[in-house]
Write a protein that binds this ligand. Sequence first.
Ligand SMILES: O=C(O)CCC(=O)C(=O)O
Ligand SMILES: [Fe+2]
Length: 534
Amino acid sequence: MKVLGIVSEARDLNQFASFIKCIPATQSISKHIKGYSFGELKEAKLVSLGRMEVLGIVSEARELSQAHTAPVMDHSPPFLATYKSLFDGQQAIDTDTEVVECCDLPLIDLSRLNDVLEAAQCKQDIVTAASEWGFFQIVSHGIPDGLLARLREEQVQMFRQPFKQKTSEKLLDFDDDSYRWGTPTATSLKHLSWSEAYHIPLSSSNKPATSSTIRCVIEELSLAMTQLANQLVDTLAEGLGRDGTYMKENCTRNMCYLRLNRYPPCPIPAQVFGLVPHTDSDFLTILCQDEVIGLQLKKGGRWFTVRPNPNTLVINIGDLFQAWSNGLYKSVEHRVMSNPHLERFSVAYFMCPSNETVIESSAQPGTYRKFSFGEYRQQVQQDVRRMGHKVGLTRLRHHFHLCSPAPLPTPFFFLLQTKKSLFLHMAASPVTAVWNARTSHASFYLPPVGLQVDERESPTVPQPSTAAPDTTAFYAQDSGEEASTTQLAADRMIQPRDAIYAADDVVDQLRYKALQEQIEQMIRAALQGVARTS
Ligand SMILES: O=C(O)CCC(=O)C(=O)O
Ligand SMILES: [Fe+2]
């Protein structure tokens, strides 16, 4: 992590130069840095310096520029004091043992779209990146660098206000609650984000504008972002053989959001994320990050650190696009690691439709049932409140249609027991039950009916296989024996994110209301079994 930090810091001398410019000319930093004069630094004649030297200078400059812009007041939120009970006696987020490699996102030059010879390949590259990575970075995107730089300047100033002011004062005439910090719903460290943000609905930018710079910058940027997002939607929709008009018409600028993030340095980086792992609930996100390392994404079951490149914009597919594309484009889990020394800034533009917009998969039968954005958003909020984290698209999967060609097969139930939780598994037959447990597709977490389970305890899970199931082989191997499911309970774990359902939702959703009693009986019997053996 440290080494990556150094490399990434040293990559961007321009950014460094802009730090230096924040320092008043009268201030000398040369004494701190081995004889380089301030003038030399201001000119950013740094190319000949070694990376370590540059890093040293960067942090000196950062400290000085921060000290200069925020001499006395404390602008960072009181994380340690507020979340003290979570830090006392709780486990770290436990990412230390993971080997996290650095990766470069697929880089796409959007100017190729205007070249008759290149356009088709460029579109294909976008479609491939969205399908294989869910993330890519773009250049020649049409958003002026100067505009992004102005926004960053305004963003830094906004966060440099005293904390009290940020929480008590309305940001211009944006919504009251646009300033957020930490995670009010967190009941454990792994759900806490060590960051603060202004979450700005762009609908509010239509209100009578003050002539403040930030308002003008947001206005201008949101227009440019909308244009860019629409261009990407067109290309991605074309890749599905669909027309992007419906999405573009529903994701008008005033439905979208701009989120200004700041990740303050964190004294306990091993214990807390900068931003907890999540997928974005929108259609598409455009992210502008600075040079400080932190963003990570999950690919093939492993976490990768995204090498920051402040000269590109990062695009990621959101849940709605995954559903709309019937799973072809991936809404990939990502997170931001906290950093002990450096603060980090980013801006995210979330392309969202109106609440009434219905999302319907491109292929029928779809992997996901039809849903409205409003309904999805509400469900996400409810899950976060109840369980501390989002369940997401898993809730909308048509499990049964996936598992069996029969429209409403006789369900087959069995239980999976982990150390602290009990899972009910439903499938069309013992055979598909075996398949499901192996591919982790159709498992339902069961909090109600008197179970004393810790809702937040997730089993440790091996990565599920995404390979197509060989049901014939499973059938031959397990041949529908009862034993196979019992054996599953002992050693087959399931993907917690995919597994978390409330039983009543499942029953409602899948029209198995009549089976409620049977399910409850099974659980009681299983619990008695557990009690006898423990
Ligand atoms: O700051 C970043 O790099 C990522 C931000 C993000 O994922 C979000 O705001 O949803
Ligand atoms: Fe995100």
